[in-house]
Write a protein that binds this ligand. Structure first.
Ligand code: URA
Length: 283
């Protein structure tokens, strides 16, 4: 005979509990007013009825595949990467590059972001900082690094006598990934031509990549930040070679303040390099 107590059904979660659950899972914004029923999406054509499967030597024509894609879907990543490359190289100025990104529809992140987060600071600056992607605060304001990690970044660059009038700040990805999830490798590849063109146009003397995703994407460094930080790398724009350094992302330093000591060493090396070309105030 089974003597174990009968399990009592859990009461359903309250709305407050559900919201707390979503928030903890990183869902902090609503993309639509109503939940979409993906099974009844009028944009998606129903599969063709009673069409016999094509023989193996007759692949499904692309038009049949395309018919099932929503009309607003971003192009396939490889198509988007090629069109990003073609578009980015045509921008003669930073303003033109920003305008190009405003109309570029190749990256699906644009559809869920509130706005483009292009850059902040001085485009004439001799030092350029590149983060990963905007977060919630940046998405709302359209300015990179203005949330908690941005405040720390301001203090970090302040420690070597710089601020947003003497530094240029941007991200690899100019649209916030929903819920601050990591950008996918395809999204990064699609945005890469634009950040590369941005570096070319700013043409700084020192380039600083904040965190592993930025240093992997821009400097093509394979190792983690602990191995790559604090060393000088070369960034080749095609026209000249720029001195580049990877250091910790301020968001990481907020979680691991013990590494601020190493970040300080990196900042001192950066300050020295700027002094060597007669630029930064000594610290
Ligand atoms: N983290 C980033 O990488 N970029 C921002 O703009 C803000 C937070």
């Amino acid at each position: 005979m089974n003597t174990s107590p009968t399990p009592t059904a859990e009461p359903p979660p309250t709305v407050r509990e559900l919201l707390a659950f979503y928030l903890e899972a990183g869902v902090d914004c609503a993309l639509l007013d109503e939940p979409p029923n993906r099974l009844h999406d009028p944009e998606i054509a129903p599969p063709p009825a009673a069409v016999p499967s094509p023989p193996a030597n007759h692949p499904v024509p692309p038009s049949a595949v395309m018919a099932r894609a929503p009309a607003t879907a971003a192009p396939a990543p490889d198509v988007a990467i090629v069109s990003a490359r073609d578009a980015a190289r045509t921008a003669p100025t930073l303003e033109a590059l920003r305008a190009l990104l405003e109309t570029f529809d190749g990256c699906a992140l644009k559809q869920t972001a509130t706005r483009l987060v292009f850059a902040d600071g001085n485009p004439q600056a001799r030092i350029m900082f590149v983060g990963e992607a905007p977060g919630r605060d940046e998405d709302l304001e359209g300015i990179p690094f203005i949330g908690r990690s941005g405040k720390l970044l301001d203090r970090m660059i302040g420690a070597i006598g710089l601020d947003r009038t003497t530094a240029y700040i941007t991200n690899v990805i100019p649209w916030r990934p929903p819920g601050n999830r990591d950008p996918s490798p395809q999204e990064t590849q699609i945005c890469l031509p634009f950040i590369k063109r941005q570096i070319e146009l700013v043409d700084p003397d020192v380039l600083v990549c904040l965190g592993k995703p930025s240093s992997q994407a821009v400097l093509e460094l394979k190792d983690g930040i602990m191995r790559t930080r604090g060393r000088w790398h070369n960034y080749d724009t095609g026209k000249r070679t720029i001195r580049a350094m990877a250091t910790f992302h301020p968001a990481y330093l907020l979680r691991q303040p013990i590494h601020k000591r190493l970040a300080w060493q990196d900042l001192r090396a950066i300050s020295k390099a700027l002094n060597a070309v007669g630029i930064a105030p000594a610290t």
